[in-house]
Design a binder for this molecule. Structure first.
Ligand code: PEP
Ligand code: MN
Length: 346
């Protein structure tokens, strides 16, 4: 797979780009020509759109296959589309689609993946597998294994982030880089692309997420681009015009081949993930603290009770020691947390 994708954007990383959805022949061709002119060699376009709610734009279906064929014929690009059922596979194979991808909602369902794998038996097309919606590496690997057992030899993964636990998250789908890094650690030759469009959910985030992914050693990008994003029938907020995409790609300075730098970046990202979790855990703890504060107010209990803090501290010291951390360190941390807790209760 890596050979297929390498060098697909000049000297840089592989880039697969195109609209979230194929909407009209004119839109597909206008976008494809603009992307081909900037050197992009693979066009993505969804024909069958898995939507969270019924009644949204669910894609043009088989009607769009000839549009992709025409784009391929006129530009020389390879064309890629999402398949979610055996019927999609048959139709896309018949139409000569070059690369297939499996969407996040489908990867989460082993029955659906198995049906797709069965339909692909005997057709060794390249297949890219998006991570499932939930941060479950085994489910992601399992989907690729099903395709591998069906005889697919050119497999790749697309990291598109995971459903956030709260609505306020800055990303549409949280990166959890550690999961993709672990996938790469287990399968060092697997081609892994990053989809910064579905990860960020907003076009302003695409550049920075792409930069981070490439710095961490991803093989390339799978990115949404539409000739008129503001008119897009799906995912309008996250699509870039081809010109904006060209600008974004030109700004990237991947550090390919610099293994030492990559390793350090990966470690730093794991630290950043830990810090995010740490802060969110502290916020959850403070929310409970405030509830206790209200209770104490109602029952006229004083805010600070040293006996209770001593119990909390002893417990934390015990836990920290078992994890190889010093008493002095955890004592300082617990005092800092306690000070803030008192501040939140008064
Ligand atoms: C897509 O790539 O258009 C798509 C539907 O993405 P995902 O499966 O990652 O949500
Ligand atoms: Mn999309």
């Amino acid at each position: 797979m890596r050979e297929l994708l390498n060098g697909l954007y000049g000297e840089g990383p592989a880039v697969i780009a195109g609209p979230c959805s194929a909407e009209s022949e004119e839109q597909v061709l206008a976008t494809a020509h603009a992307l081909a002119d900037m050197g992009i060699k693979v066009l993505r376009a969804g024909l069958w759109k898995p939507r969270t709610h019924p009644g949204g734009f669910e894609g043009v279906g088989t009607e769009g296959l000839p549009w992709l064929q025409r784009a391929k014929h006129e530009t020389g690009m390879l064309v890629a589309t999402e398949v979610a059922t055996p019927e999609h596979v048959v139709a896309a194979l018949d139409a000569g689609i070059d690369i297939f991808w499996i969407g996040a909602r489908t990867t989460a369902n082993p029955f659906a993946v198995q049906q797709i794998a069965d339909a692909l038996q005997g057709h060794d097309v390249p297949v890219l597998v998006k991570n499932p919606m939930s941060p479950d590496l085994e489910l992601w690997i399992g989907a690729m294994q099903r395709l591998g057992f069906a005889g697919i030899t050119r497999l790749g993964a697309i990291h598109r982030g995971f459903t956030p636990s709260t609505e306020q998250d800055e990303f549409r789908n949280v990166p959890h880089w550690d999961i993709a890094i672990e996938l790469k650690r287990r399968y060092p030759t697997l081609c892994i692309l990053c989809d910064p469009s579905h990860m960020g959910g907003r076009r302003e985030l695409v550049g920075e997420l792409s930069r981070q992914a490439l710095t961490m050693g991803f093989d390339g990008l799978f990115v949404e681009s539409h000739c008129r994003p503001e008119e897009a029938l799906s995912d309008a907020a996250q699509q870039l015009t081809p010109a904006e995409l060209a600008h974004t790609l030109a700004e990237l300075h991947p550090r390919h081949g610099d293994d030492a730098g990559e390793e350090l970046e990966q470690l730093r990202w794991r630290i950043d993930e830990c810090d995010r979790e740490l802060v969110s855990l502290l916020a959850r703890r403070m929310a409970v603290v405030r509830e206790i504060g209200h209770y104490k107010q109602r029952h006229q209990v004083p805010v600070v009770q040293t006996s209770r803090f001593n119990v909390v501290l002893r417990h934390a010291i015990e836990l920290a020691r078992a994890e190889g951390m010093s008493e002095a360190f955890i004592t300082a941390v617990m005092h800092a947390i306690h000070d803030e807790a008192v501040r939140q209760q008064v």
